[in-house]
Design a protein around this ligand. Structure first.
Ligand SMILES: C[S@@+](CC[C@H](N)C(=O)[O-])C[C@H]1O[C@@H](n2cnc3c(N)ncnc32)[C@H](O)[C@@H]1O
Length: 193
């Protein structure tokens, strides 16, 4: 389930993840979904990532682990101060702080304001805003980049609207991680329009 452990940092991250495997209580992704995100990033060599909805940092640690391989960096956004602070402490313990720019902010406001280009997005905050997050990130997502979203198996309001929208776009190709119980949509940007 874990990626190959080759370096001192790999060892440190894996030890942290193993020690805390049963301690995630704040709507965090399961280990298998974290590994799925890791694989997408490493396979594609992504270096500029955004996560919407940090919580206490489980998925961010998996993303940062992948970015430690590609030489990238993650911007992750959380609105809740307690979870944000806990995530920061977890990043330190896992040894991945230098790969993460953690922001305490309302993603409704910050996502449209993010500057620069990105090649990987993981959307995991308020579901009813998923389509808006996608619309705000789309112009900043490089061709070849990927927009992923969690809990797509829920098909709740907002998630359904987001999926209908992204699946209607001819410049995106969307698939689903079949092994994820909660569902991860994976939308590759094939062309600029
Ligand atoms: C499902 S949890 C994220 C879990 C995390 N990705 C993980 O796997 O470890 C969703 C998080 O999004 C945060 N959130 C909800 N609305 C938000 C908003 N408008 N801006 C930023 N964060 C938000 C919640 O406080 C919550 O911590």
């Amino acid at each position: 389930q874990y990626p190959p452990v080759e370096t001192k940092l790999d060892k440190k991250i894996m030890a942290f993840l193993e020690d805390n495997a049963t301690n995630w209580r704040d709507m965090n992704v399961p280990i298998s979904d974290g590994k799925a995100l890791y694989d997408i990033i490493v396979k594609n060599g992504y270096t500029k990532a955004v996560e919407i909805g940090t919580s206490t940092g489980h998925s961010a640690i998996w993303i940062a682990w992948a970015l430690s391989k590609t030489g990238g960096k993650l911007v992750t956004i959380e609105i809740d101060t307690k979870r944000y602070l806990e995530a920061k402490a977890n990043f330190k313990k896992a040894g991945v702080s230098k790969y993460i720019d953690a922001r305490l902010a309302d993603a409704h406001e910050l996502v449209p304001e993010l500057e620069g280009e990105y090649d990987f997005v993981f959307s995991d905050a308020d579901k009813y805003w998923y389509k808006n997050y996608f619309v705000a990130m789309d112009p900043k997502l490089k061709v070849g980049g990927c927009f992923t979203a969690h809990n797509t198996a829920m098909r709740a309001n907002g998630i359904r609207e987001f999926l209908e929208y992204v699946e209607s776009l001819s410049n995106y190709e969307t698939t689903f991680d079949e092994d994820s119980r909660e569902g991860i949509s994976i939308s590759y940007k094939k062309a600029s329009k």
